[in-house]
Design a protein around this ligand. Structure first.
Ligand code: NAP
Length: 241
């Protein structure tokens, strides 16, 4: 059976490993970062060209099942896959990484704009870890930002006062503690990404009594079938064969 794995995450790579070579898989990456961590097995890189492009690609490649293991904030890709798979009657599953407990947050923000409102009203030295694409939301703030991203933000207006820290996880708890202290951070802004690879910053902030402003996940499309472990996703593929 030919299976498309929408990846770009540790879970996507783990699922490829669980299914390859028994299944005819192809993993898809958005191509956002240079030198990405590659899953085992065949890989394609780059957008499909919206809903129409995805429909054509799935048909041309004779894909028989799709597992969406993208990041929980990759809402556009997830919505496109749900819509196209329903139209083509292709079995479809979303592998949803369990979120962090919202109780770890001082404030849960509904989106980046809401996070910015809270941050700029109350804090002055902010550790911003929400990824390069939303940085300009914070551009008109007077606070100082430590902005951590995998690659430098492009086409973004940066906050007046900031330092850019280019790095890629995973991040260890002890290193996050040191970073928060060294920069005298008084608030952490993070997405509720879930997972262990970037959790250290939340635990470190909690230990240091640094407030955590956590952006809630975008909702999943209605009716999407979901599992929350790689093992369950691999089982689903095995069972629909
Ligand atoms: P997005 O906003 O949902 O997607 C925007 C567009 O990027 C999609 O419409 C699609 O282009 C393309 N795309 C996204 N994921 C793709 C994939 N796996 N394969 C092929 N094309 C893909 O997603 P995003 O926030 O840009 O995230 C892009 C990638 O980075 C994903 O693989 C995601 O797992 C990873 N990531 C995202 C975040 C985050 O916070 N959003 C964090 C870490 C990693 P077309 O419309 O042209 O098909």
């Amino acid at each position: 059976m030919r299976v498309l794995l929408l990846g770009g995450t540790a879970e996507g790579r783990a699922l490829a490993k669980a299914l390859h070579p028994q299944f005819d898989i192809v993993s898809s990456l958005a191509g956002r970062v240079p030198d990405p961590a590659l899953p085992v097995g065949p890989v394609r890189i780059g957008g499909f060209g919206g809903i129409d492009g995805l429909r054509r690609w799935l048909q041309d490649e004779r894909i028989e099942a799709v597992v969406d293991a993208t990041h929980p904030f990759a809402a556009t890709m997830t919505a496109h896959a749900v819509q196209v798979c329903a139209a083509l009657h292709i079995p479809h599953l979303v592998l949803v990484r369990p979120p962090w407990d919202p109780a770890a947050a001082t404030v849960v923000a509904s989106d980046l704009d809401a996070a910015k409102e809270v941050a700029q009203q109350r804090y002055s030295r902010i550790f911003l870890t929400t990824g390069r694409s939303g940085v300009s939301v914070f551009a008109d703030s007077d606070a100082w930002f430590l902005i951590r991203a995998v690659t430098a933000p492009e086409d973004q207006v940066m906050p007046r006062h900031h330092q850019l820290l280019l790095s890629r996880g995973p991040y260890a708890y002890d290193d996050e503690l040191r970073l928060l202290e060294a920069h005298r951070i008084d608030a952490l802004v993070t997405k509720n990404s879930g997972g262990e690879m970037t959790r250290g910053k939340v635990d470190a902030a909690t230990a240091l009594h640094v407030p955590v402003i956590m952006v809630a996940r975008p909702p999943l499309p209605q009716g999407a079938r979901t599992v929350d472990t790689v093992a369950a996703a691999a089982r689903w593929v095995t069972e629909i064969r």
